[in-house]
Design a protein around this ligand. Structure first.
Ligand code: ATP
Ligand code: MG
Length: 575
């Protein structure tokens, strides 16, 4: 928040938080003592799928603003649509919000808890002559509605008497009429330039079992009728939602004013879009159902369940949501920015270890057979309090296959015949011989010599070589599976397709590469599922909590080390 705004309002908002238009509105409301100065928000998911990173933006915003202003934030399930909702989703949504670090206390609510109250509101509107029972079919209602350029036509049932409407609505509830045969509609204006105001449907007849109310109801309120009133019932002060509800606001206002009940203020912001990802529950479900991913929690999914299993930290997501801010204009955020926030956080907390993904055996010919040295390795150059650990060094090691080239191209400074490199925390070695598979010609083993005077940390260790390689001791290393994840889509915009192809044609066939015979240093024997490491030179990795066993750990690559966003930021600062 800018200084000027702060002194004008006297609201203590931490300096680090940038101003946004929603903060400005809330601050102004507090200033004029609107709602007695209360701030009460809610996060209102529909339990018809898993939460994704877009929802995280809404969660951070609603819970964040409440916390900032000393207010409250409810968790409310907008469960008005009985056919698409499942209990499984409710449980996962709660777990996801908790994981992000937010707490709704005892305020876990369901729109379905308000069905009776909503029914009474509908009766109130009928009595006021502001709602009527309509016998048009869904298709007919659409025909009568008109278009953006043409006004609609009044329903022939619009002039029904209050008594007849009350009687018919009661009998709709009692189950006297078949599904879809009648609706209750608000009596507003069939010529309104806003289509949402052309006598929208408030209730429909639908015999479907609801996850909470069972078969108690055969009429269900529409989202448009339930949403604003649910907010009102909970005493919400600021109903924050995404831009597509801007055109619905006049309708929500109309209902609240007609009912003369507490009137929350709706504020719309732009939804989050992310490059290389799709953020629509319908599409995410499609990926799951067609088996393009292993489930909602596949580490490639932009769901919070997937992101969590990939190894993201809740802190990095919250930082990201704060940095992208809120705006009134739709835009797409570069996924590199999300990854940048993640690296920043992991850099601080993830201990460094050594792991070799594609092992190439190295024998140090002049190192005594059977000798083992415990070399001292630093756990984190960022945080000395994380201490050091011992890494065993012996005659037979593994290095990364790609760190050796028999015919090194220009600019390749790693190991090649006759060349010296340093082994991290260890010695300088020199490649003296290459063993190949006779049939395939593939390099299967290297023979090297080491220089005992070059031990890391020793007086003569300062001799310069051009590369330092990571390695593990062959006899001590643990075998592990490593899953290298990459973007789920090949193009920044998955909808960027040609010639009748659909967004699925942009799925990245290499979004997962499984390596099953990796070797990790022995300290990882104690790696608990859910812990995070930096594999030196390779990236950040997360012990998969689902597929790991103590005998066979599975490491998910959370993100590589190359930070493309940091470069973007640097270039921007220079300009
Ligand atoms: P989807 O389009 O993925 O199906 P939705 O909007 O139907 O999502 P809801 O369960 O209704 O999903 O969303 C709950 C809340 O999260 C709403 O307030 C909605 O505005 C917000 N939200 C959903 N998607 C995003 C997004 N991409 N960015 C920001 N907020 C979002
Ligand atoms: Mg929705």
């Amino acid at each position: 928040m800018k200084d000027t705004e702060k002194s004008a309002t006297n609201i203590a908002v931490p300096d680090a938080l940038p101003s946004n238009f929603i903060r400005n509105i809330i601050t102004e409301d507090i200033n004029v003592n609107k709602n007695d100065g209360r701030v009460h928000t809610r996060f209102p998911p529909e339990p018809n799928g898993y939460l994704h990173i877009g929802h995280a933006k809404a969660i951070c915003l609603n819970f964040g603003l409440a916390a900032e202003y000393g207010g409250l934030c409810n968790l409310r399930f907008d469960d008005t649509n009985p056919s698409k909702e499942e209990v499984e989703y409710v449980d996962c949504i709660k777990a996801d919000v908790r994981w992000l670090g937010f707490d709704w206390g005892d305020r876990e609510y369901y729109a379905s808890d308000y069905f009776e109250q909503l029914y009474q509101y509908a009766v109130q509107l009928i009595k006021a002559g502001m709602a009527y029972v309509c016998d048009l079919s869904a298709d007919e209602i659409r025909e009568y509605r008109g278009t953006l350029t043409e006004p609609g036509k009044d329903s022939p049932y619009r002039a029904r008497s209050v008594e007849e409407n009350l009687d018919l609505f009661e009998r709709m509830r009692a189950g006297e009429f078949p599904d879809g045969s009648r609706t209750l509609r608000a009596k507003i204006d069939m010529a309104s330039p806003n289509l949402n105001m052309r006598d929208p449907v408030m209730y429909r007849i639908l015999r479907a079992t609801h996850h909470r109310t069972g078969d108690r109801w055969c009429i269900y309120p529409t989202y448009d009728f339930a949403h604003g009133q649910s907010d009102s019932i909970e005493g919400i002060t600021h109903s924050i939602c995404t831009l597509e509800f801007e055109d619905h606001r006049p309708l929500y206002d109309w209902f609240l004013d007609a009912l003369k009940i507490h009137h929350p203020q709706q504020i719309e912001f732009a939804r989050l879009n992310l490059t290389y990802a799709v953020l629509s529950k319908r599409r995410l479900l499609d990926l799951v159902e067609r088996g393009h991913v292993t489930g909602w929690d596949d580490p490639r999914m932009p769901t919070l369940a997937g992101i969590r299993r990939r190894g993201y930290t809740p802190e990095s997501i919250r930082t990201f949501c704060e940095r992208i801010g809120v705006a009134k204009r739709n835009s797409t955020v570069d996924i590199a920015m999300l990854e940048h926030c993640l690296r920043e956080d992991l850099n601080k907390r993830a201990p460094r270890v050594m792991a070799v993904l594609r092992p190439l055996r190295v024998v140090i010919d002049n190192y005594p057979d059977g000798k083992v040295e415990e070399l001292e390795a630093v756990n984190s150059p960022e945080d000395p309090s994380m201490g050091t650990r011992k890494v065993p060094f012996s005659r037979a090691l593994y290095i990364e296959t790609e760190d050796f080239r028999e015919d090194p191209p220009k600019g390749f400074f790693r190991l090649s015949p006759g060349r010296e490199v340093r082994l991290r925390y260890g010695y300088i070695i020199k490649c003296v011989d290459v063993v190949k598979d006779l049939k395939s010609g593939e390099v299967t083993e290297l023979h090297c010599t080491y220089d005992p005077a070059t031990k890391s940390g020793s007086a003569q260790s300062g001799r310069k070589v051009k590369a330092t390689l990571h390695w593990v001791s062959a006899a001590h290393a643990i075998e592990a599976e490593v899953r290298l994840y990459d973007h789920l889509f090949l193009k920044p915009n998955p909808d960027d397709v040609e010639g009748g192809a659909d967004w699925r044609s942009n799925l990245n066939p290499n979004s997962l590469v499984r390596l099953t015979s990796c070797r990790v240093e022995p300290s990882l024997a104690a790696a608990a599922p859910g812990s995070r490491y930096q594999f030196e030179r390779l990236g950040y990795f997360f012990v998969d909590p689902v597929d790991s066993s103590s005998a066979a750990p599975v490491f998910n690559r959370t993100v590589t080390l190359r930070d493309t966003w940091a470069k973007v930021e640097k270039a921007q600062r220079k300009r």
